[in-house]
Design a protein around this ligand. Structure first.
Ligand code: TYM
Length: 331
């Protein structure tokens, strides 16, 4: 079976709507037809300021959220990155075939380090994309379902795989990004030309799945739109309206055109109220489910350790081949 893999960082108490619509929703669909690997990159999470106790809690919380939205541990292999040491071992080999200039061109590093301030940014933030390449290449995956902001990291991953294969002989599957254009970038509700992100200056435009549904509905109803009154999909000229249409389309499965047609003769108020209602219906059961799952941490830990054991089988085969190819002596 073809294989997919993806990760979501445990850097917040809740996934946001962008994480879900841009990536995790695809994970749930793909687990039906692919051999799926979904993991929590806790090692990536320590590239920014963190608290140990909170990190462990958020790792479990992230798994609980995956289960609550429909990731099925019978179908997908679920683990924390730190539980699979082969990833770190492969990371070093990949680090040594990555150019300094190549790593310096990663826009997410430039953005994040600018935000942190020159000296506050650690080297881990700089080498982050190489660890991400190791996450993927260790598993010989065909496709990686992510949002638009990960595209450049996926390109680096492909470059590194091709470079290694060329120099040392076929070793890695060269993965394709799986980016669903319509939903790959969900925008900030208050600033609809910027992506929805937990690190925005204000959280007024950010919808967390586990927030009080009333609060999230209010955020949707207060979304920035524009000064004319036409409900149409036009990202250039009507980014706010287009974002609401995208969100509604993703949550209902209806096409944007069909939704636009249904608003003939109606106004922005209707669009906002409806979108808020649709969101409310989606998030309302989630909090309870997550709390229920979290009440049994042993269950969560078992899912992760079972997943990690399966993941290590695959990653260790890749690593043994790579170590041999680069000329390390047998263990
Ligand atoms: P992370 O944790 O920032 O985000 C998880 C996923 O959510 C997507 N996403 C969005 N999609 C649409 N609209 C948005 N506004 C939005 N914001 C976030 C992200 O593209 C991502 O797919 N580096 C990764 C984690 C990672 C990983 C990996 C992913 C580590 N190793 C290996 C895939 C494969 C990250 O920081 O995602």
């Amino acid at each position: 079976r073809r294989r997919v893999l993806s990760g979501i960082q445990p850097t917040s108490d809740s996934f946001h709507l962008g994480n879900y619509l841009g990536a995790v929703k695809q994970w749930v669909e793909l687990q039906e037809d692919f051999d799926a690997y979904y993991f929590i990159p806790d090692m990536h999470a320590i590239t920014v300021p963190f608290e140990p106790k909170q990190l462990r809690e958020r790792t479990r919380r992230s798994v609980a959220q995956l289960l609550a939205v429909g990731v099925d541990p019978q179908k997908a292999t679920i683990y924390a990155q730190s539980q699979v040491p082969e990833i770190s071992q492969l990371n070093w080999v990949l680090t040594c075939i990555t150019g300094f200039g190549e790593a310096s061109r990663m826009t997410q590093f430039k953005d994040k380090s600018a935000k942190a301030g020159q000296d506050a940014a650690g080297v881990g933030l700089f080498t982050y994309p190489i660890l991400m390449a190791a996450d993927i290449l260790a598993f010989q995956v065909d496709a990686v379902p992510v949002g638009e902001d990960q595209r450049q990291h996926l390109e680096l991953t492909r470059d590194l795989a091709q470079r290694f294969n060329k120099r040392f002989g076929a070793s890695f599957t060269v993965p394709m990004p799986h980016i669903v254009e319509e939903f790959a970038k969900i925008y900030d509700l208050q600033n609809p030309t910027a992506k929805m992100s937990k690190s925005a200056d204000s959280d007024a435009g950010l919808v967390n799945l586990l927030d009080d549904p009333k609060r999230s509905a209010k955020k949707i109803r207060s979304a920035v739109t524009d000064n004319d009154r036409v409900i149409a999909f036009d990202r250039e000229n009507k980014p706010g309206v287009s974002n609401l249409l995208t969100i509604q389309s993703a949550l209902t499965g209806r096409g944007v055109d069909e939704i636009v047609a249904s608003y003939d003769g109606k106004g922005y108020g209707d669009l906002k109220v409806d979108t808020a209602e649709i969101l409310t219906d989606f998030v309302t059961p989630l909090r309870g489910k997550v709390e229920e799952i979290l009440a049994d941490p042993t269950y969560l830990d078992t899912i992760m350790s079972d997943g990690a054991a399966r993941a290590r089988e695959i990653a260790s085969a890749t690593l043994a081949d790579v170590y041999d190819k680069v000329g390390f002596v047998a263990p």
